[in-house]
Ligand binder design. Structure first.
Ligand SMILES: [Zn+2]
Length: 147
């Protein structure tokens, strides 16, 4: 069952989408969304500071950071989003780094980026390609070979 679960979503793509989400968070469009103060899921009214950015289709499921896929979500609903599969738990943790950083709008304004280091990503996700995925196609970058 549940064929639509595509667990092979490329972690690099997730990273890219999350970067896009960060960009979107700085837009007037997003500000307008949270100014409305309504949680997409429970319909409750919240001050903008209580609303986090949520992907309707999670990035870990191949969702994209588009306006159509991003909604304001109250913290209770955000925390209530539980998945049963262990891989999802990890990816959910990764997802959570995003909304959390909304709690520090000052940081966003000073251009400080909160980014997971590659090593951590690799540890959490398992098979993140090497930092430069450009070096993948057979260019022998091995110093040992020069001897
Ligand atoms: Zn809610």
């Amino acid at each position: 069952m549940e064929d639509w679960f595509d667990m092979r979503v490329d972690p690099a793509q997730i990273a890219k989408e999350r970067a896009k989400a960060r960009e979107l968070r700085r837009t007037n469009w997003w500000r307008a969304q949270i100014q409305k103060g309504v949680c997409h899921y429970c319909g409750g009214k919240f001050p903008p500071s209580e609303l986090t950015m949520d992907h309707i289709v999670p990035l870990s499921r191949g969702g994209h950071s588009t306006k159509g896929n991003i909604v304001p979500c109250c913290k209770a609903c955000n925390n209530g989003k539980k998945y049963t599969m262990p891989v999802d738990e990890i990816l959910t943790e990764l997802d959570r780094e995003d909304p959390e950083s909304m709690d520090a709008p000052a940081a966003a304004e000073t251009g400080v980026e909160i980014e997971l280091p590659d090593e951590l990503m690799r540890e959490l996700v398992g098979d993140l390609p090497p930092a430069d995925d450009a070096v993948q196609d057979g260019s022998p970058d091995d110093p040992e070979q020069d001897v």
